[in-house]
Design a protein around this ligand. Structure first.
Ligand code: DGL
Length: 273
């Protein structure tokens, strides 16, 4: 627990995408200790059933608690949409997801009336963003973009094929929801293609506010840390551990793009199937 050892924030994602949340969190709380788990062996979650996603997400969350996390961030939209409550009842520590902060980030941006949410198929099928945005008086249209995660994983963040795929998804979504004035990135992989999304929207003559659930979640986490764990951050260099359930070499190689700084050491962990 937090104390002489200092507060340890656990961050979990199905893969690398949650590193975009950790990157924002480290900006806000540079001294915080963290443990990150990417469940890369079982990625993608976004195309799986609720039962499977919940089983994977609960076992991953338990692993981080066993490693000493005092607070857990589910830095995955799909796991939050499908399993936040299951995780919360399984763990004795505070658990924060990305959906409520993401929706609050849209409300805070102020301009929104109609929100287009880009997300995985599982997140869209849950309707979690539509409900969270409705609680804030906002209307949402959710669009599943299943090809975007593999393109980002391939490193094609600035590539004509990715721009074309984004354009097709946006054209379909904006034809269905023409009144859209704000875009919410409802997947932790998408901040890496925010520049491409902005470029495509401008090319379509539809520039608009883009809200990133990673940034909003980091803000909500920093607020929780300040309120619930005042003065719990250890002095000295922050300790950051990284775990993955599949190739640690790939995690080291790709992880740096998501985190914005090198990921040096990654430990392999087996959480079963
Ligand atoms: N991290 C997931 C999310 O934010 C995307 C990757 C996956 O499908 O597992 O929804």
């Amino acid at each position: 627990m937090a104390g002489a050892d200092g507060l340890k924030v656990g961050v979990f994602d199905s893969g690398f995408g949650g590193l975009t949340v950790l990157r924002e969190l480290v900006e806000l709380l540079p001294g915080v200790d963290s443990i990150y788990l990417g469940d890369t062996a079982r990625l993608p979650y976004g195309s799986k059933s609720r039962e499977t996603i919940s089983r994977y997400a609960v076992s991953s969350a338990r692993f981080l608690e066993e490693q000493g996390a005092d607070l857990l961030v589910i830095a995955c939209n799909t796991a939050t949409a499908m399993a936040l409550e299951d995780i919360q009842v399984s763990l004795p520590i505070p658990v924060i997801g990305v959906i409520e902060p993401g929706a609050a980030g849209v409300a805070a941006a102020g301009r929104a009336g109609h929100v287009l949410v880009l997300a995985t198929a599982a997140t869209v099928s849950s309707g979690a963003y539509t409900r969270a945005l409705a609680r804030m008086g906002l209307k949402a249209y959710e669009k599943a973009c299943p090809l975007l995660v593999p393109l980002v994983e391939e490193g094609w963040v600035s590539h004509p094929v990715t721009d074309e795929v984004i354009r097709i998804y946006l054209e379909e979504a904006l034809a269905a929801a023409p009144e859209t004035d704000t875009l919410l990135l409802g997947c932790t992989h998408y901040p890496l293609i925010e520049v491409a999304i902005r470029r495509v929207l401008e090319g379509m003559g539809r520039p608009m506010e883009i809200v990133d659930s990673a940034k909003a979640t980091a803000l909500a986490t920093a607020k929780l840390v300040t309120e619930r764990f005042p003065n719990a951050i250890r002095m000295g260099e922050p300790r950051r551990s990284f775990f993955a359930t599949d190739s640690v070499d790939k995690f080291r190689r790709l992880g740096g793009n998501f985190l914005g700084q090198p990921v040096d050491e990654v430990l392999l962990v087996d959480l079963g199937g």
